[in-house]
Ligand binder design. Structure first.
Ligand SMILES: Cc1ncc(COP(=O)(O)O)c(C=O)c1O
Length: 472
C-alpha cells in the first residue's frame, strides 16, 4: 500500500509484536520523530510485511540487496520542520537550525535539508564539498574541526563559509592565508563551557577536559587578539556539550555561560550576532529510552538564551543550533539478511547477518542498544532470545545482544531501526567489506542515494610496488 507522508503521519499504525523484552511500536509521534523507534511512515501491509515510505522492505532488499540503509524522507522532513517551527515559535529573535552533517553526510540528504531551509555544520573538506554539491548555500554552512588543515581553511574562506575557530592553530593558519583572501573570514569561536552531562564518555564534549574548543579562561585573550586581526570578522560563539543527551538542565546552564561570552565579545568590540548552542538532543533507540521532544528541547534552549540575554541587557543574538542525531536517526533503518545460526546449548543462540560493525560501529564503540524485527513477520510471536552478530572477524561484532525475535532462519530479513545517524557516516571497510547502498523512500518510491561499494572498489587505492609484482 502506498501512502503519502501526510496520511501516514495521521494514521495510527497498528501495534506490531515484540522485538525485544518490551512491546515494539512503529513511529507514532510525527511532531517529534526522535521519540519514535521507527520512521513515521512505518506500516504493516495487508500481507503482514513491514513497509516504510510506502515501500515494502523486502521489495527494497530484493531490488537493492542487503545490507541496505533505508532513509524515510517524510521523517527527515518532519524533523527539520519540527526544529524550524519550534525555533520560530519559542525564540523572539532570528534563528536557524544547522544540520550536523557528521550524523549522515550525503549529497541527497544535504539537498533535502537545504530545501527545508536549514543550514549545515561540516567538519572536513569532504563534508564541506558534499554540502556544496548538495546545494547548501555557503552562507548557511559552518566549518568545525579541532585540527583543520590549511587546505580546509582555505576552501571554507574562499567559498564564504563560516569557520568555527577551535584553537590557536586555526587562527595562525588563517593569518597565514590572510594575504590571499578576497574577503574577511566569517568566524565563530568555539569554547568548552565546562558543563557536564550524562552521556557516553566518547560523545561528551562540554566538560573542560575535552579536545574541542578554547578553554574559557583563554576566551578574553583570544577575543583581544582577534580584535586586531583585519582578516577576521567574528560573528558568533559556539559550544556543544555532547550527544544523545536526555537531560534539559545542561542546555539551560549552557545559555548563561554563552551569554557571558557574548557580553565579553561585544564589550571588546566584536559585532557578534550569532550564538550557536550545538546539538545533542537524544533519540529513542529502545522502548525504555525517553528523550525530550524537539519542541521541549528548543523551548528550553530558546527560553534560557533569551532570559540570559535579558538578564545581561544584551540585544538578542541569532540563535543557532546543530542537531544531528535527532534530525536523521529515526528516519533510517538498516536491512540485513540472516545467514548462519549457532546455538550453544544453555548459553546463547547467535544469528549472523550480512553486515555488522563495518556498517554500524556504534554497538562495538559505545555498547549502544538497538531494536529490530523480522521485516516480513513483524507481528509474529517473538519466542526466541537471540544475539545478532555481524560477519566480521571480531568477537565483539555484535549488533543486538539477547533480543527477542520470532524463530529466524537463513534468508530472513532483519530490520534494525534508528540507524540513520552515525552509521553510514562512521562506516568502515573493516575486513575489506564494502559499504552498503542507501535508498531514500517516499510515497512508494525508492531512490538510490548512495551506490553499494563492490569488493573491487576497495582495491582502487592499493599500489603494488614494481619490485613486489609477482613473476608468473
Ligand atoms: C560541534 C557539534 N555540533 C553538533 C553535533 C551534533 O550532535 P547530535 O548529533 O548529538 O545532535 C556534534 C556531534 O558530535 C558536534 O560535535
Amino acid at each position: 500500500m502506498v501512502m503519502s507522508s501526510e496520511s501516514a503521519a495521521a494514521v495510527e499504525a497498528p501495534p506490531v509484536q515484540a522485538a525485544g523484552p518490551e512491546p515494539f511500536e512503529p513511529g507514532r509521534d510525527p511532531a517529534s520523530p526522535n521519540r519514535n523507534l521507527t520512521p513515521i511512515t512505518t506500516e504493516v501491509d495487508v500481507k503482514g510485511r513491514l513497509q516504510v515510505g510506502g515501500c515494502v522492505l523486502s521489495d527494497l532488499a530484493r531490488t537493492f540487496g542487503t545490507p541496505l540503509y533505508v532513509l524515510d524522507e517524510a521523517t527527515l522532513r518532519a524533523s527539520c520542520r519540527a526544529y524550524s517551527r519550534a525555533l520560530s515559535q519559542a525564540y523572539p529573535g532570528p534563528s536557524l537550525a544547522l544540520y550536523a552533517s557528521k550524523a549522515n553526510s550525503s549529497v541527497a540528504i544535504t539537498a533535502l535539508v537545504a530545501q527545508e531551509g536549514l543550514g549545515l555544520d561540516a567538519v572536513s573538506a569532504g563534508e564541506l564539498l558534499t554540502a556544496l554539491a548538495g546545494g547548501m548555500p555557503p552562507e548557511r554552512i559552518v566549518l568545525h574541526g579541532n585540527n583543520k588543515s590549511l587546505e580546509e581553511l582555505a576552501l571554507a574562506a574562499d567559498r564564504g563559509v563560516t569557520v568555527v575557530a577551535d584553537n590557536w592553530r586555526d587562527i595562525e593558519l588563517l593569518t597565514e592565508l590572510a594575504p590571499q583572501l578576497r574577503q574577511p573570514v566569517r568566524l565563530m569561536l568555539r569554547f568548552t563551557p565546562g558543563i557536564e552531562c550524562h552521556t557516553h564518555e566518547y560523545i561528551r564534549t562540554g566538560h573542560l577536559d575535552s579536545k574541542f574548543g578554547f578553554d574559557p579562561d583563554q576566551l578574553e585573550t583570544v577575543l583581544q587578539h582577534l580584535a586586531a586581526c583585519g582578516w577576521a570578522r567574528l560573528t558568533g560563539l559556539h559550544a556543544h556539550i555532547g550527544s544523545q543527551i536526555f537531560e534539559l538542565q545542561p542546555h539551560r546552564d549552557l545559555a548563561g555561560v554563552m551569554a557571558d561570552g557574548l557580553q565579553l565579545a561585544r564589550s571588546l568590540g566584536h559585532p557578534v550576532t550569532d550564538l550557536n548552542v550545538g546539538g545533542g538532543l537524544g533519540i529513542r533507540y529502545v522502548v525504555s529510552d525517553d528523550p525530550p521532544t524537539i519542541e521541549d528541547w528548543v523551548r528550553t534552549v530558546a527560553g534560557a538564551v533569551a532570559q540570559a540575554c535579558r538578564d545581561r541587557n544584551l540585544e538578542l543574538p541569532r540563535l543557532l543550533c546543530e542537531p544531528g542525531r535527532s534530525l536523521v536517526a529515526t528516519a533510517g533503518l538498516t536491512l540485513y539478511t540472516v545467514g548462519s545460526r549457532k546455538t550453544i546449548p544453555g548459553l546463547r543462540t547467535y544469528l549472523a547477518v550480512d553486515g555488522g560493525m563495518s556498517d554500524n560501529p556504534r554497538p562495538i564503540t559505545y555498547q549502544s542498544p538497538y531494536t529490530a524485527v523480522l521485516a516480513d513477520r513483524p507481528g509474529a510471536e517473538a519466542s526466541e532470545t537471540v544475539t545478532v552478530a555481524g560477519k566480521h572477524c571480531e568477537s565483539g561484532d555484535v549488533l543486538l545482544k539477547d533480543i527477542a525475535l520470532p524463530p529466524a532462519t537463513s534468508g530472513d530479513l532483519l530490520a534494525v531501526f534508528a540507524t540513520g545517524a552515525y552509521n553510514a557516516s562512521m562506516a568502515s571497510n573493516y575486513n575489506r567489506i564494502p559499504r552498503p547502498a542507501a535508498v531514500l523512500v517516499h510515497d512508494g518510491m525508492a531512490d538510490l542515494v548512495q551506490r553499494r561499494e563492490q569488493p573491487e572498489d576497495l582495491l582502487r587505492y592499493d599500489v603494488l610496488p614494481a619490485r613486489l609484482t609477482p613473476v608468473i
